[in-house]
Design a protein. Structure first.
Length: 486
């Protein structure tokens, strides 16, 4: 307990009086975590809320896990949220591997529970063994200093790549790991000392999963060479976390001096000064720029950064290097620009969104869009049907208000998306086929704004309304949407 108390204080993980959502799988790590936080709750006036997600896998074992968590929460007098999802169906729908889908779905669930409970902290039971596995996993994938830090004591959940339909997550919502310096042996000893029972997930023995293969095959083999391999990997992560913090601060100070332009689509540095920076700072500046533009670095690897560095350092004016997620590095006469690949070439007469962007639409109200555009929404109870039918403005749309059962979002397209355009009698077609049919340029399709409720497309902005959203004589209320440039 004293080690964990010190860790909580050192990293300022929990504030007195706050609500903490605790992710509890039923295994020894999460049960120990919940018990520790329960023991700290009185003095720190913490409100704990137990959260457990049944993935729809492992049949009766998973059912028993969920019931175990419910019984534990009730025994300890703690409120809880236990839900079930069909993970295989979600993985197929999102075209994700089962492991990755499970991670994303779990964090989406925990974020929603936190929002419902008014919590800004989610606690999970990752321990030192998990940390060693994570660092080794990142090493084998070719990660740089950022990845080799491993998991952090606290991470904004907004930094994680989740699901396209996930509502925006406040930057204040944090995922904390109070057990990150505790070994699995210590966790099991704590459970034995406290008389805690727990569940054992037999699927953790399945070495067809990468992490399980590392846990049960690779790390035991390395331990034959160095019995302290897990501790050494954790030490490596700790050293790199401290070094990376210095690097990030140095790069931030350099950015303040070098930055020429910063917007939602473009970041530009003074080229001559950028070229004078140490290599580590040049790398960090490009990574920071990519992160500011896309809020993730998951697809940005060593090869991308090194290629960009080479082009930026030696390229002539006009030279370009491609970066993941629709970004490009471009060498100018006096500037080095990292931008959305079409930021400088997209036609200015219509609004555009960065690939992967999602914006909640205010109805009624005005929703700011990139590059000085605004989407205004009005609710009308009186209108002229003739005016709607003859509307000449492709950036104005009238929708039946009843089709907006859930809050709509403006976003870009998703893989495999379908659309039921007006004029096809309710039949759906692949959105990609629709865009081909209307001869919309392929190079701009990833930036085209789409109005959607859940996964249903209501308006391909500037092109076509869906059949379901049309205003009809029996319509009672109309929502008028207008895209305008300020």
């Amino acid at each position: 307990m004293s080690q964990i108390k010190s860790y909580l204080k050192q990293h300022q993980l929990i504030s007195p009086g706050e609500t903490v959502v605790v992710g509890v799988s039923g295994g020894p790590d999460s049960v120990a975590l919940l018990d520790i936080l329960r023991r700290l709750a009185g003095r720190r006036r913490l409100q704990l809320h137990v959260a457990h997600l049944h993935h729809g896998l492992r049949g009766a074992d998973a059912d028993a896990d969920a019931q175990f968590v419910i019984s534990l929460a009730e025994k300890w007098g703690l409120p809880y949220t236990v839900e079930r999802v069909d993970l295989p169906a979600i993985a197929r729908g999102e075209r994700l591997a089962l492991e990755e889908a499970a991670r994303r779905v779990r964090y989406v669930f925990l974020a929603r529970v936190a929002r419902e409970q008014g919590a800004r902290t989610i606690a999970v039971g990752h321990h030192a063994g998990d940390q060693a596995e994570t660092i080794l996993m990142h090493l084998l994938r070719g990660a740089g200093p950022a990845g080799l830090r491993g998991m952090l004591p606290a991470t904004p959940l907004a930094d994680y790549r989740l699901l396209p339909t996930t509502p925006p997550i406040t930057p204040a919502l944090r995922l904390i790991r109070p057990l990150l310096e505790i070994t699995r042996a210590q966790v099991l000893a704590y459970c034995a000392e406290r008389g805690l029972t727990y569940r054992v997930d037999r699927s953790n023995r399945d070495t067809s999963y990468f992490r399980n293969q590392l846990r049960h095959e690779v790390l035991p083999y390395l331990a034959e060479i160095n019995p302290q391999i897990s501790a050494r990997l954790c030490n490596l992560g700790a050293v790199l976390r401290a070094d990376y913090e210095i690097l990030e601060r140095s790069a931030a100070r350099a950015a303040e001096r070098l930055l020429v332009t910063a917007s939602a689509e473009t970041i530009a540095f003074d080229l001559a000064q950028w070229r004078e920076q140490p290599l580590a700072i040049r790398r960090a500046l490009i990574r920071q720029a990519a992160y500011r533009l896309r809020r993730t670095l998951r697809d940005v690897n060593f090869v991308h950064i090194e290629n960009a560095i080479h082009v930026a350092q030696h390229g002539e004016t006009g030279a370009e290097a491609t970066l993941p997620r629709g970004l490009v590095l471009r060498v100018g006469y006096q500037r080095l620009t990292i931008a959305d690949v079409n930021a400088l070439h997209l036609p200015p007469e219509r609004p555009w969104l960065a690939p992967g962007a999602e914006i909640a639409v205010q109805i009624p109200g005005k929703t700011p869009l990139p590059s000085g555009w605004t989407l205004s929404a009005e609710i009308l109870t009186a209108w002229e049907l003739e005016e709607i039918i003859t509307n000449p403005d492709p950036l104005t749309a009238w929708l039946d208000a009843e089709t907006l059962g859930a809050p709509p979002r403006l976003r870009t397209r998703q893989p495999g998306e379908r659309f039921a355009p007006h004029g096809m009698r309710g039949h759906t077609m692949a959105l990609s086929d629709f865009l081909i049919n209307v001869k919309f340029p392929a190079r701009w399709r990833d930036y085209l704004p789409l109005l959607a409720v859940d996964r249903e497309l209501l308006w391909v902005v500037g092109l076509r309304l869906s059949a379901s959203s049309l205003v009809r004589p029996q319509t009672k209320q109309v929502v008028r949407l207008q895209c305008r440039h300020d």
